[in-house]
Design a binder for this molecule. Structure first.
Ligand SMILES: Nc1ccn([C@@H]2O[C@H](COP(=O)(O)OP(=O)(O)OP(=O)(O)O)[C@@H](O)[C@H]2O)c(=O)n1
Ligand SMILES: Nc1nc2c(ncn2[C@@H]2O[C@H](COP(=O)(O)OP(=O)(O)O)[C@@H](O)[C@H]2O)c(=O)[nH]1
Length: 227
């Protein structure tokens, strides 16, 4: 079997993880895994871990490590035949260590985006909650204002995307991400991209991945649904 490829994308809220993951999934045929989507799907399906996760998210808290790992690791273990890119996990060093014991990552992309840029982007971010599709009124607006392109359902804004909440979220990100970034740096798999525009960062990510991803894994273009 061809060698599989496993990658993680990290960055503060609004750094473009979702946008870039989507492009990577489309260009390279990796399965795109979003931990936020997993959490939402588990909440919708009323699984034990979903019910537990909901009690934290409702209070604007991060879901504890043992719940996140219980949600995600079995899912990753099912993906033994797929190349994948994970967005939103690991979010703590404990999650990174748990992930380490499940699989060997090939590459970690870390996005380094100035605070002012994050603030502007998030104040303009609109989300289709059911699918996780993300829009930005300037960068990628929906075809019809306030409506999801595919379902036509209303778009919403997250309270924690407001500038007041952002400072605390960014501080938190910096504190928890630092040891994870150090860990991946020491493993020699960390690649950091800095800038203010996704379209200018993307060619560098694209050419890096072109050198790393075996062409045979560029065949599976599906986003893998939950069982
Ligand atoms: N490793 C993770 C991933 C997700 N979550 C929870 O799931 C929610 C949704 O995750 P996500 O879609 O990644 O959204 P954001 O936190 O808004 O991430 P970002 O702004 O970086 O896109 C988070 O707010 C958090 O409560 C978590 O606790 N731990
Ligand atoms: N103006 C602008 N908006 C962008 C750019 N890249 C992404 N966005 C938007 O910024 C917001 C945050 O991006 P997202 O991919 O959700 O980031 P994440 O929180 O790291 O997953 C979304 O509304 C995107 O549509 C960019 O280069 N310029």
């Amino acid at each position: 079997m061809a060698k599989l490829f496993r990658a993680v994308i990290m960055g503060p809220p609004g750094s473009g993880k979702g946008t870039i993951s989507e492009r990577i999934a489309q260009s390279f045929g990796l399965a795109r895994l979003s931990s936020g989507d997993f959490v939402r799907e588990n909440i919708a399906a009323n699984t034990d871990a979903g019910v537990l996760a909901k009690t934290y998210i409702e209070r604007g808290l991060l879901v504890p490590d043992h719940v996140m790992t219980r949600l995600l690791l079995p899912r990753l273990e099912e993906m033994t035949r797929h190349s994948w890119l994970m967005d939103g996990f690991p979010r703590t060093l404990a999650q990174a260590k748990a992930l380490n014991s499940t699989c060997d990552l090939d590459l970690v992309i870390s996005l380094n985006i100035p605070y002012e840029t994050l603030k502007e982007r998030l104040s303009d971010r609109w989300i289709h909650p059911a699918s996780g599709r993300v829009y930005n009124m300037g960068f990628n607006p929906p075809h019809v204002q306030g409506r999801d392109d595919i379902s036509g359902e209303p778009l919403i804004q997250h309270d924690d995307d407001k500038p007041e909440a952002l400072v605390a979220r960014l501080r938190h990100y910096k504190d928890v991400a630092k040891p994870i970034i150090d860990l991946y740096k020491s493993k020699g798999i960390l690649h950091t991209f800095s800038g203010t525009e996704t379209d200018r960062i993307w060619p560098y990510i694209n050419s890096l991945l072109s050198t790393k991803i075996p062409s045979t894994s560029q065949t599976d273009t599906q986003r893998i649904p939950m069982p």
